[in-house]
Design a protein around this ligand. Structure first.
Ligand code: ZN
Length: 170
């Protein structure tokens, strides 16, 4: 009897150690660079609609007030239209009056990448999906509190996932 108690305790100890090593591996992964998705232009053309390809892969901009998410008010998460990576939470969406979906911060620092573009003659901070490189829009420093940032994003670069469905996926 005593031996079996020791044996059980030993098994529990072993399984706890396994769990903690899995957890530390996951947290290390979360902190490291995201695994990239790379496709050729023709692969993206098959995967995306014409307007999605123009905005996401050619850094185009949809016309203001033309997208389906600038005035969208659901509770949930906005994901990359190309690869479904979560990018913005509806809790950080606000009415900017620009005609594009606007957020004051991304869902985390890992999922949204930044670069500088000079397309209109002066530098702007371009933002893109960190996993597939898809162009999202730009970030400006005229946003509301608490960050003072305005992530000005194309509707066609995003899909919306309701909060209840986000919880189911986990
Ligand atoms: Zn993506």
């Amino acid at each position: 009897m005593r031996i079996s108690i020791f044996f059980t305790a030993f098994i529990i100890l072993i399984s706890c150690q396994e769990n903690s090593s899995v957890l530390s591996a996951q947290s290390e992964k979360a902190g490291s660079a995201i695994d990239k998705i790379e496709k050729t232009d023709s692969e993206w053309k098959k995967h995306l609609t014409e307007i999605e390809y123009y905005v996401l892969r050619e850094e185009g901009t949809e016309r203001a007030f033309s997208g389906d998410l600038w005035d969208h008010k659901g509770d949930g998460v906005y994901t990359c239209a190309a690869c479904a990576l979560p990018l913005f939470d509806s809790k950080t969406k606000y009415k900017s009056g620009t005609g594009w979906p606007s957020y004051y911060q991304p869902i985390n620092r890992t999922n949204v990448g930044e670069s500088t573009d000079y397309k209109i003659g002066y530098p702007r901070t371009e933002v893109h999906c960190a996993r597939c490189g898809g162009h999202l829009g730009h970030v400006f420093k005229d946003g509301p509190k608490p960050t003072g940032l305005r992530y000005c994003i194309n509707s066609v670069s995003l899909d919306f996932v309701d909060r209840q469905d986000v919880a189911k996926d986990k």
